[in-house]
Design a protein around this ligand. Structure first.
Ligand SMILES: Cc1ncc(COP(=O)(O)O)c(C=O)c1O
Length: 440
């Protein structure tokens, strides 16, 4: 129960005097509650806020805290790094150990470079593809989010299309002001899980493309897995046209298999990007790929890549801890058992209360589509999304100690659980959701 009701509001007012909108990044605000969480601490499956409230967390640092908060192995890693003297911008033996672990775990990762954020990683991967192919255009998919730099701020969220006279090309929609309109000439967007659209785009533009980039599981639109054959098609067409295939596994990485979606589906891209779960909450991203392409990075090749904080030692030790943990026997069977209970339980509860909601999940992340009842196979299938219902549900859960994040009324968003969530946590969650639905 709250010990000091209103402390969040006080802090929000205070923070808003110094931080734009009271937050360090816009996505910190939960659109449904109108506030960020101001935390005192996190532990395991739970976070605790300044009002003394405890929440079972289904946001988990936008997906970064895959093992759970305050994980002992991660703490050990950080303490070891701290004892070495806050080393930054030098190499240590742990950098190559972390890279080796990634290389042994992720199929395409013959060579590895580090960066600090997913946005930085996709920016570098695209640069590498452009430098390697000497082409400028990229093809991406509607509803796929690849970060905040200008080349990918297109058609990630946006409103649903009413008609589609430009098929197979989705009319370009920029996600932010400040992106030069000239960038549009370098971007082609087609719908996800539409082989015919993709094939036509490749016939017409394949030879101009530096890369095709995708989220192999489109978690940024909830959870939209690839239809059977889709990833294989991307693989075949990019090879045919000499474009690189980039899997952005910032969110899908490690979520359903140690080697991410590329291992789970058995399709190996040329290059992939990783972040979030790879260092369990420490700021780290990875650009990894086949050696012949990764050699395009300086100093071997012409594509610049570096950074003062790239491969910070704290994060390196966290990568080693994190990958050691997920490679243990029994790790993924436990994830899948919890996934089945949680997603099945939620779907049953919505159905039994007559609430039109679809739940889709794979591994440890999932989407809840309010106002949608049919299977979601592409962004357009969410045209009927009911933002008001989503808000009501998230607020009702919030009052009952369940934290679901909301990125905007009509944003599809994504949720997840961690390895620290127990089956008992999931049962408790389902009980609280049932109570929330009774009172909606
Ligand atoms: C698939 C994907 N790519 C890139 C990014 C950007 O990562 P970051 O927020 O670390 O810049 C995200 C962030 O959510 C993501 O989900």
């Amino acid at each position: 129960m709250p010990t000091k009701p209103g402390r969040t509001d006080e802090l929000f007012d205070f923070a808003s005097r110094y931080l734009v909108a009271g937050v360090s990044g816009s996505a910190r605000l939960n659109a449904a509650t109108g506030r960020p969480l101001y935390l005192t601490h996190g532990d395991g499956s739970r976070v605790y806020d300044v009002d003394g409230r405890e929440f079972i967390d289904y946001n988990l640092s936008h997906g970064a805290t895959f093992l759970g908060h305050n994980h002992p192995r991660i703490r050990e890693g950080i303490e070891k790094a701290l004892a070495m003297g806050v080393i930054c911008a030098y190499e240590t033996e742990y950098h190559s150990r972390a890279a080796r672990l990634i290389s042994e775990t992720v199929p395409c990762a013959e060579r590895v470079r580090f960066a600090n954020s997913g946005s930085e990683a996709t920016m570098s991967a695209i640069r590498l593809a452009r430098a390697h192919t000497k082409r400028d255009k990229i093809l991406k998919f509607e509803g796929h989010f690849h970060g905040l730099h200008d080349y990918v701020m297109w058609n990630a969220h946006g409103p649903a299309r009413a008609e589609f006279p430009t098929y197979p090309y989705v009319p370009l929609l920029v996600e932010s002001a400040g992106v030069p309109k000239e960038i549009a000439q370098f971007v082609i967007v087609v719908p996800w899980n539409d082989p015919a659209a993709f094939q036509q785009a490749m016939r017409e533009h394949g030879d101009e493309l530096a890369a095709v980039i995708c989220e192999p599981v489109n978690y940024n639109s909830g959870c939209i897995p690839p239809e059977p054959g889709m990833l294989e098609l991307l693989r075949a067409e990019t090879t045919k046209h000499g474009a690189l295939l980039i899997f952005d596994e910032v969110l899908s990485g490690f979520r359903m298999a140690p080697g991410g979606a590329q291992q789970y589906y058995g399709v190996t891209p040329d290059v992939c990007t990783l972040a979030k779960a790879v260092a369990n909450g420490l700021p780290l991203a990875v650009i990894a790929g086949k050696a012949e392409f990764m050699r395009t990075f300086s100093p071997f090749g012409p594509a610049a890549h570096s950074g003062t904080y790239s491969g910070h030692l704290f994060a390196m030790l966290a990568v080693i801890a994190s990958l050691t943990e997920i490679r243990q026997d029994g790790f993924y069977p436990a994830i899948f058992a919890k996934a089945e209970r949680l997603y099945g339980g939620l779907a049953d509860l919505f159905a039994s209360h007559g609430v039109p909601v679809r739940v889709q999940g794979l591994g440890a992340r999932f989407g809840i589509y309010f106002g949608v009842t049919k299977e979601v196979k592409c962004y357009q299938d969410c045209a009927t999304i009911d933002g008001d219902l989503g808000y009501k549900f998230i607020r009702a859960c919030f009052e009952r100690g369940l934290y679901f994040h909301n990125y905007g009324k009509l944003a599809l968003g994504h949720h997840g659980f961690s390895a620290s969530h127990s089956l008992a946590d999931i049962e408790e969650t389902l009980n609280r959701v049932e109570d929330a639905l009774h009172n909606l």
